[in-house]
Design a protein. Structure first.
Length: 359
């Protein structure tokens, strides 16, 4: 079941709609601004409903939203060294908005990237889904092509007692371009307003991760997790090793790194990347992805005083797991490249599957 209402208006007067997708076991709310997920209510092990996504109190609070709560980020997520890249034969210049001297790029544009745009949404009752669309013109945000981005978000209950949220991202273009979209939702399986999420037990399907420089740009190295705090191949609490005297952790105040999810093949179906369990609520989460990597961010810089429900979010109140091609891959040609052409559209899928485990 899908319902919609006017959430508010942009400073220009443009309306922004809120959509609610419901099933017998869950309720998902999303909005047209930033194609953002606002809340996801699912039961705990005792059947009590709770919202497991961090989010802000009002539409106006999302106009700033430096943490990118729930948003669709792109056309290029994460950091680009020097805010420059070459796409085909075209030199592309992105906004210089990140790093000590603002020499790098973060998320394409913090002012007018996809997470700061009004997408237009159409409900699909048959699939219990909402399709959101956003257009960018030739050269807009520094990248070639007249591009149409879509986010198809669906919610279904599965026969095994779990609920599944699926996001299908696509981009079509009339010229060769570069696309690396992601979703930037933060999870706290105990509930969005229950404090730190560092007690969440997490397993990652990753043998390697990407170290970062002091300015948080990928170094170009792919490092094995063996013997490091980045080894999540066996389940452990997110906070177990987070304060160790490791150079990579100290640079980011915790985890803020891309993991290389094993088994990537172009065009393959979504594969398991993360398994998480919250001992307090009994909720569990599995995330499946089609991208080569996924960025784990433990909310190290969260400081939100206008959270929904009158709450506040401090550091590590939630964790984001952002499926993506490796950050700054445009400068590392041996890494997989998310090139989008008129004959080969960009298509990636994220699957969030939630259920419970008896405590």
């Amino acid at each position: 079941m899908i319902s919609s209402e006017v959430l508010g208006r942009m400073p220009t007067g443009e309306q922004v709609h809120l959509f609610t997708i419901s099933t017998p076991r869950a309720r998902l709310r999303l909005m047209e601004f930033g194609a953002a997920l606002l809340s996801l209510e699912v039961p705990d092990a005792s059947g009590a409903m709770g919202d497991v996504l961090l989010g802000m109190a009002s539409l106006e609070d999302y106009f700033d939203n430096p943490a990118c709560h729930g948003s669709t980020v792109g056309p290029i997520a994460n950091r680009t060294d020097g805010a420059e890249m070459v796409v085909g034969s075209a030199a592309c210049h992105l906004a210089r908005n990140d790093g000590p001297g603002l020499q790098n790029n973060l998320h394409t544009s913090l002012v007018s990237g996809l997470h700061k745009r009004v997408w237009r949404a159409v409900p699909d009752e048959r699939r219990n889904a909402v399709r959101l669309t956003c257009h960018l013109g030739e050269g807009e945000l520094g990248l070639p092509g007249n591009r149409t981005f879509t986010s198809n978000v669906s919610l279904v209950d599965l026969p095994n007692g779990t609920t599944q949220v699926t996001i299908l991202y696509t981009c079509t273009t009339d010229a060769l371009t570069f696309v690396n979209m992601t979703n930037h939702s933060y999870f706290n399986l105990a509930g969005h307003d229950t404090g730190t999420a560092m007690g969440t037990i997490v397993r990652l399907e990753a043998d390697e991760f990407l170290p970062v420089r002091e300015d948080s740009v990928s170094t170009g190295e792919i490092r094995h997790v063996d013997g490091t705090p980045f080894d999540f191949r066996e389940p452990k609490a997110l906070g177990r090793n987070i304060d160790e005297s490791d150079e990579q952790l100290q640079r980011a105040r915790g985890y803020d790194h891309c993991f290389c999810i094993r088994g990537w093949k172009p065009g393959a179906p979504p594969r398991l990347a993360l398994s998480a369990y919250d001992p307090k609520s009994g909720r569990m989460l599995e995330i499946r992805v089609t991208t080569p990597g996924a960025h784990l961010y433990t909310g190290n810089w969260l400081d939100d005083t206008h959270a929904k429900g009158g709450g506040t979010y401090g550091a590590r109140a939630g964790f984001a797991f952002e499926p993506e091609f490796y950050p700054d891959c445009a400068h590392h040609f041996s890494w997989p490249q998310p090139i989008c052409t008129p004959s080969q559209p960009y298509t990636q899928t994220i699957v969030y599957q939630l259920g419970t485990v008896a405590r």
